[in-house]
Design a binder for this molecule. Structure first.
Ligand code: PEP
Ligand code: MN
Length: 276
């Protein structure tokens, strides 16, 4: 298996154009709104993410919504807004691609492609993103086993794309107290099974803004190579996932709390924050 770990020292490091790395000593701090909604919203968010010390701007232009009546994203217009906001702040661009027919368009604008939980086993999409050879963030399906997740990664690797990062984003359980159950056990478990970097998304993992900071700290303590956090300038007005989105101030406070913890586990924060 291409995803398997073959030796103790064998580790993949995925590097983006702005220097952000996944799997090295430095953590990847990916943040941004669930959906790109307007120029003002994404510009304000990008500025806040960069100021706090994030290095990857994540925003959805093509949204996989459970209901076909819910906001579906701004599409290509959203990509344009995302690109401008990211470039103005030195951030790399991470955005979801939903449809194999859109891979070329999204890959031309983004630094990293997200394959969402609902598409983890969309094999046609996996193959197409594999061929595109762009860095890819493969989220865990909400009912996917670790073996199924690694097999999905295998589709990408087999097409010749070595730049694969795994993202734990919570799995479904019987308990409606949180949106999902964030399975942090997979962080050390995957470290033993695969050379691929692993990051954690505590926003979808909990669905509750107040739980995002403690679970971010726990993810890094467990050995995650980075985090993916939803940030919105006005969470109460967000078009999607407002309940789990942090304000810029809360995100800034979280990154500040992360610094000593990262150091304690032998990791560093992106250079931007270190310079502040
Ligand atoms: C998202 O990142 O906004 C998203 C839709 O995530 P997931 O695929 O993990 O549900
Ligand atoms: Mn979301």
């Amino acid at each position: 298996m291409l995803a398997s770990r073959s030796s103790d020292s064998h580790r993949t490091v995925v590097r983006l154009a702005n220097g952000a790395t996944f799997g090295g000593t430095e953590l990847a701090i990916c943040a941004g709104p669930c959906s790109v909604e307007s120029e003002a919203q994404i510009a304000a968010t990008a500025e806040a993410v960069a100021r706090a010390g994030g290095n990857v701007l994540r925003g959805g232009a093509f949204k996989p919504r459970t209901s076909p009546y819910a906001f579906q994203g701004l599409g290509p217009e959203g990509l344009t807004l995302l690109e401008a906001a990211a470039r103005a702040n030195g951030l790399a661009i991470l955005t979801e691609v939903l449809d194999p027919r859109d891979v070329e368009t999204v890959a031309a604008r983004a630094d990293m492609l997200q394959i969402g939980a609902r598409n983890m086993q969309n094999f046609a999409l996996l193959r197409e993103v594999g061929v595109a050879r762009k860095p890819v963030l493969l989220k865990r399906g909400f009912a996917a086993t670790v073996d199924e997740w690694l097999m999905a990664a295998e589709y990408l690797l087999l097409e010749g794309n070595p730049h694969v990062v795994l993202c734990e984003r919570g799995i479904r359980s019987f308990d409606p107290a949180t949106r999902n159950v964030l399975d942090l056990t997979v962080v050390p478990l995957l470290r033993a099974r695969t050379h691929l970097p692993v990051i954690v998304d505590p926003s979808h993992g909990t669905g509750v803004a107040a739980l995002v900071a403690p679970m971010t700290l726990a993810a890094v303590a467990a050995g995650a190579d980075g985090v993916l956090i939803e940030v919105h300038p006005e969470p109460e007005r967000a078009a999607s996932d407002g309940a789990q989105s942090l304000t810029p101030a809360a995100f800034d406070a979280l990154v500040a709390r992360l610094a000593p913890l990262a150091e304690a586990v032998g990791r560093t924060l992106p250079v931007a924050r270190a310079r502040v």
